[in-house]
Design a protein around this ligand. Structure first.
Ligand SMILES: NC(=O)c1ccc[n+]([C@@H]2O[C@H](COP(=O)([O-])OP(=O)(O)OC[C@H]3O[C@@H](n4cnc5c(N)ncnc54)[C@H](O)[C@@H]3O)[C@@H](O)[C@H]2O)c1
Length: 436
């Protein structure tokens, strides 16, 4: 089967490479010609473990190719995935311009039956709009072609994307007709044979499932962060509490780790988007709205914690930030807690030295006012405090004696609770963490 993926970002490139690995003939398309040129030179534009080798193998075996020519890719494909960005607009709604552009382009180039699949995360009703945009373009051309629209939200996690795509907990497919369902099942046959659960449903249910999943996961994070704040007031160790509730199978132990709040390209925008389109539909998602507020407050609390550890004054202090990406094993800085923490520290008059194992190039663009260091130890040189923001493995076993020698003051603010408070205090650090 020939398919094309329009939008070769974190989701599109992983999706394309994984389908190619299944044996499908895939064209990954992007309007960013530099990105396509880099991919054609064998360079992977994002950091995702295992992706470079997977892409290289499937290019070599001629199942995966890259193109900036959407019309040509559409004409040669039975299934066309839309995997472009759906960023938040200022009012919390979802900016669907990239999805509309692609849908219209599909309508302008379609030459026969296609299944047009929205993989981007989009508000309920968008697949129906995709159909309308395509039909408008077909009408403008004075032609009529039969096509199906489908929704196939993506649940992969950056940093573990290939494993998530190859061994998903489930695949959700929303479609209007049995022909599209049959083609989608055929495309996902390796997983179907694997007994991966498939949820086959209508378009709105499929679209909403993605928002419900991310809202629920974000709720768990904000919930445990609130409990961590309460522990700081009334006593208690949030890890004992999280374990105590997580062992209840109705609750589950995942996503119960306190920290500086959720970030990344999905949870912040998807919770805001869900809250927004629900309100527009006349229904308030009060839990989701609270989750968003708690998350914003958690960022502020992180900065307050740093300021308190520094004696209440940020001005003229230097802070070493370890870990900038929104989580380990990705170079993605979108809505990363570290960005907001760094900006607030700078606004308060502090200087920031930082290191991240893979996000330095992105950080140079996003945070030109901070000093980017060669490694974690250089970041600590003459800093008043070390702040651990993202728990990369290499920050889990720092040479603490060396860190102490490099810091101007022995202050560690561990926003991921990586270190043991008793051991850190015994080692002479003023140690702050979350909810213990
Ligand atoms: N990143 C994740 O972990 C993740 C997980 C699940 C779902 N999603 C959703 O998947 C979608 C894509 O996310 P992403 O992180 O891959 O975005 P991204 O920004 O990394 O990639 C989007 C790509 O689409 C390209 N593009 C935009 N308009 C185009 C057009 N008209 N023609 C061709 N290419 C075009 C851009 O140049 C870019 O390379 C979003 O809706 C997101 O919410 C993301």
């Amino acid at each position: 089967m020939n398919i094309s993926i329009i939008g070769t970002g974190y989701v599109g490139l992983v999706t394309g490479a994984c389908f190619a690995e299944f044996g499908v003939q895939v064209t990954c398309v992007d309007k960013d010609v530099e990105k396509i040129a880099a991919l054609e030179r064998g360079e992977t534009p994002i950091y995702e473990p295992g992706l470079e080798a997977l892409v290289a193998r499937n290019v070599r075996e001629r199942r995966l190719s890259f193109s900036a020519d959407t019309p040509q890719a559409v004409r040669s494909s039975l299934v066309v995935f839309i995997a472009v960005q759906t960023p938040p607009a200022a009012d919390g709604s979802t900016d669907l311009r990239a999805v509309e552009d692609v849908a219209r382009e599909i309508g302008r180039s379609m030459d026969g039956y296609k299944v047009v699949v929205t993989k981007s995360t989009v508000p309920v009703g968008t697949s129906a709009r995709v159909r309308a945009w395509i039909e408008e373009e077909l009408a403008a051309r004075g032609v009529s072609h039969r096509f199906s629209v489908a929704s196939n939200p993506e649940f992969l996690r950056e940093g573990a994307a290939i494993g998530d795509f190859m061994r998903p907990d489930r695949v959700v497919i929303g479609a209007e007709d049995s022909e599209a369902v049959a083609i989608m099942k055929d495309l996902y046959r390796p997983l179907y044979l694997n007994e991966t659960p498939f949820v086959i449903t209508d378009l709105p249910s499929s679209e909403l499932t993605k928002y419900a999943a991310n809202s629920f996961l974000a709720t768990k994070i904000s919930f445990i962060n609130e409990m961590a704040c309460l522990c700081e007031r009334v006593g208690g160790d949030i890890h004992a509490v999280a374990r105590g509730i997580g062992l209840d199978r109705r609750i589950g132990s995942k996503f119960l780790h306190p920290g500086p709040g959720f970030g990344g390209a999905c949870f912040p925008k998807d919770t805001r988007s869900a809250a927004h389109f629900a309100r527009e539909a006349g229904e308030r998602l009060e839990i989701v709205e609270a989750v968003i507020r708690v998350n914003e407050r958690q960022r502020e609390r992180a900065v307050d914690k740093i300021a308190r550890a520094l004696g209440g004054e940020l001005r003229a202090k230097t802070v070493a930030l370890l870990g900038l990406s929104f989580k380990p094993e990705t170079d993605d800085l979108r809505e990363a807690p570290a960005l907001e923490i760094a900006r607030r520290l700078l606004a308060g008059g502090a200087a920031v030295r930082a290191f991240d194992p893979v996000a330095m190039a992105n950080a140079a663009r996003e945070l030109p006012a901070i000093t980017l260091c060669k490694n974690e130890y250089e970041a600590c040189e003459n800093a008043n405090a070390l702040v651990l923001v993202t728990e990369w493995n290499q920050f889990r076993m720092l040479d603490l004696a060396r860190v102490r020698g490099l810091l101007r003051e022995p202050i560690v603010v561990d926003l991921r609770n990586v270190y043991d408070p008793v051991a850190m205090r015994a080692a002479g650090f003023r140690y702050e963490c979350v909810g213990r």
